[in-house]
Design a binder for this molecule. Structure first.
Ligand code: IVH
Length: 719
């Protein structure tokens, strides 16, 4: 929980609903970054904190829990480029514990569930939690036939060819059950990781951020030849479908897997009490730095498999196991200098340059300072953080690092402050372009007003334009954008330049194909990759422009509403002709016909509308957008079928659906143009209530909202 966040009991229901919606978005994005892109932005500790907050909110406000709540999800959508494998037995996740007291609670909970008294023997295994990615290996008749990643837990990616290249994965087993699914963790040892990164650097390729990302990136290669060249390892710790049991106990099963030829973790230990578990945890924690591979905690599992069977699973985690995570890591060092980086939307982000220090085995020399308030020692509401201590160049600071993300400066020791240290003066002009940098009311961030004349903003915007969620141009990533931006022969300064690249290159004397880093084939591939994106969906182009407040979902809504690029730009022109004054309320703005159309789009608020109109109304920026549009063939966005009686309606599903899953019901409703919400309010048009519907059905009845059962709903939408 960040400072300034209200405690759960201080929240009104509306605030809780709003926070849950934000959390759902953030967690969804974090899942995508971690599982699909192998490039997490949040640390594990930050992710865990968000998940814990989400869980606590759902517990306090059970009727606000969304059907697709993040607490019901394991992992993330799978990469479509791989074949899909439906797991015979779902791949589960683990509940987390952070404090010793959580472990005594776990023991007490387990005893209660099983009806065991305090004195009754109850054994647990304790083993390191490997920080890699899970893999399920299916053997039939003793032969490896399939290997799949976890994916979303139900369906994973087919990585059979890749898994066969891992030395720790046996191809043939002697004396194994006829059907045997072995599950465990694929990881990369530290020494192999360092060698791989050195080789990457030698090739001019981007280094991997950490061993987990390297392992994930290596296993999830479409070319198994690449996986084979990467030194992956595998620890077996669990299983899926079995034609006969492996053993009677968890420890016995681990022994059996070992006997079958799998690597199992040597630090696995059978313990008889929470005190013993915690002692083993401390011991593993001591050894952590010298193990030679990354672990992020210790996993405890009820040893008796018959008891595991009795306890079963919650939606995504077993009741009989828990992961005792290691705390985030801290170190103290000197803050040498504060530097400012300028992002895509002009945000000035302060970065601390530190005297390098090892934090949890990783050398850290940069850390984020968030924004100017954070440096001053106040939060966004002006309340004190760190007891109001500011941060200065020369200070002795505490660096906090959790998982793989950018470390942050968490605290400062005033007793070690040099006498010459002066309060940091946050710049009011952009360090990149010299334009004024202003801070709007309610914005925690100071921003450069230079727009496209600011080189830092221009480069970041271009990177966003070519990125995966936007135009997704093959062969043109962040690295290439930086190269072309600074190139005087073949420059890319704005999105339109990307699409004139081939023509300009053919007119140049020195061709791209003859330059260092490129050859005939790679130049041709780049031009083909660019050409392939000339035909572009409206929503992607709009999102790609990187206009502040206009995200992926909003871009889709706008594209659907306006249908065509020309209809949209005309609407922007009309609205820009009726300038709004700052701080005007949404209601007053809506009185202008040009604005009311835009504000009428569900999901578009005053802030987003003003941001859009500003982008399209500024002459320079607009000219740049028009140059881009002239290079593209922007597809009309098919409006959702307007024939459905549910188009434009807000629908809530509650209770059990029997003919389809929640996810399916939601997807179908949205495809028909309905908006699916997780909670009933005066804005709800239809409540679809299955058996077990509780407070939502009552609330809908109180509000006089139309309530249908599943069959009634299916009838309404045409089966
Ligand atoms: S047991 C049904 N044991 O942690 C229980 N998981 O946060 C399945 N992990 O998805 C998991 N080391 O990828 C288990 N010794 C260990 C583990 C382990 C790492 C991973 C696994 C799991 C994730 C949950």
């Amino acid at each position: 929980m960040s400072e300034g966040t209200k405690t759960i009991d201080e929240l009104s229901k509306a605030e809780a609903a709003e926070e849950l919606a934000t959390l759902a978005e953030r967690l969804k994005q974090a899942n995508r970054e971690y599982h699909t892109d192998d490039a997490p932005e949040l640390s594990d500790a930050e992710y865990d904190a968000l998940k814990a907050r989400n869980m606590a909110l759902e517990e306090a406000f059970p009727d606000l829990k969304h059907a697709d709540s993040p607490s019901e999800q394991v992992g993330a959508p799978i990469n479509e480029a791989f074949g899909k494998i439906t797991h015979a037995v779902r791949m589960m996740s683990l509940a987390n514990a952070f404090e010793d007291a959580d472990i005594t609670d776990f023991d007490a909970r387990t005893r209660k569930y099983l009806g065991l008294g305090d004195g009754a023997p109850l054994g647990f295994t304790a083993e390191p939690k490997i920080d890699g990615l899970s893999l399920s290996l299916r053997y039939e008749g003793g032969r490896l036939i399939r290997a799949a990643t976890r994916g979303d837990g139900a369906v994973g990616e087919d990585v059979t060819a890749n898994a066969r290249t891992i030395a720790d994965v046996p191809e043939v087993l002697e004396g194994a059950p006829d059907v045997l699914e072995i599950r465990g963790e694929v990881y990369m040892a530290h020494e192999d990781f360092e060698a791989l990164n050195a080789a990457q650097a030698g090739k001019g390729a981007k280094p991997f951020a950490n061993p987990r990302n390297a392992a994930a990136g290596s296993l999830r290669q479409l070319d198994a030849g690449i996986t084979a060249a990467r030194p992956l390892r595998f620890f077996a710790y669990s299983w899926g479908e079995l034609s006969e049991p492996l053993a009677q106990t968890q420890a016995g099963a681990v022994e059996r897997m070992k006997a079958l030829g799998f690597s199992t973790n040597p630090l696995t230990k059978l313990c008889q009490s929470p005190a013993e578990l915690i002692a083993h945890y401390r011991q593993i924690e001591q050894q952590r730095a010298t193990l030679g591979y990354d672990i992020d905690g210790v996993v405890y599992k009820v040893d008796d498999l018959a008891l595991q069977e009795r306890m079963g699973f919650r939606s995504t985690t077993p009741r009989w196991a828990i992961a005792h995570k290691f705390p985030a890591e801290l170190a103290w060092t000197t803050l040498e200098k504060i530097e400012i980086q300028v992002g895509r939307t002009g945000a000035l982000s302060p970065v601390a340059r530190l005297t390098p220090v090892t934090v949890g085995g990783v050398v850290v020399s940069n850390a984020t300072l968030h924004n100017e308030d954070y440096i001053r020692g106040v939060d966004s509401k002006g309340e004190e953080i760190r007891g109001g201590k500011d941060i200065r160049e020369g200070d002795w600071v505490q660096v906090y690092r959790a998982g793989d993300v950018i470390p942050k400066v968490a605290d400062v020791d005033l007793s070690k402050r040099p006498s010459r240290a002066t309060p940091y003066e946050f710049p009011t002009v952009c360090p990149e372009c010299g334009s004024e940098a202003i801070r709007e009311e309610g914005d925690a961030v100071r921003r450069c007003t230079g727009g496209l004349i600011c080189p830092a903003q221009a480069v970041e915007k271009l990177k966003h334009f070519v990125s995966r969620g936007a135009m997704d141009i093959d062969g043109l990533g962040a690295k290439q954008i930086e190269m072309f931006y600074g190139d005087d022969q073949l420059t890319i300064k704005e999105p339109a330049d990307i699409f004139t690249l081939a023509a300009r290159d053919s007119a140049n004397l020195t061709k791209l194909a003859n330059r260092e880093g490129y050859g005939a084939k790679s130049a041709e591939n780049l031009f083909a990759g660019i050409d392939a994106k000339r035909q572009a969906p409206f929503s992607r182009v709009l999102f790609g422009l990187g206009i502040r407040h206009v995200g992926e979902a909003a871009s889709r809504l706008l594209a659907r509403h306006y249908g065509s690029w020309s209809a949209f730009t005309e609407a922007m022109d009309r609205a820009a002709a009726e300038p709004a004054t700052q701080g005007q309320s949404k209601e007053t703005l809506a009185e202008s016909p040009a604005w009311s159309d835009l504000l009428g789009v569900d999901g578009v608020g005053g802030v987003m509308a003003a941001s859009l109109i500003m982008a399209f109304g500024q002459l320079r920026e607009r000219a740049s957008i028009d140059r881009l549009a002239a290079e593209l063939n922007i597809e009309d966005e098919a409006a959702p079928t307007t024939t459905s009686p549910v188009t434009g309606k807000t629908v809530v599903f509650t209770g059990t659906l029997e003919k389809m899953t929640r996810a399916e019901a939601k997807a179908r409703a949205e495809a028909l143009g309905a908006k699916v919400s997780g909670s009933v309010s005066a804005k709800t048009d239809i409540l679809v209530a299955g058996p077990g519907a509780g407070s939502k059905a009552k609330k809908a009845a109180d509000l006089g909202i139309e309530t249908l059962d599943e069959d009634g709903w299916l009838e309404l939408i045409g089966g």
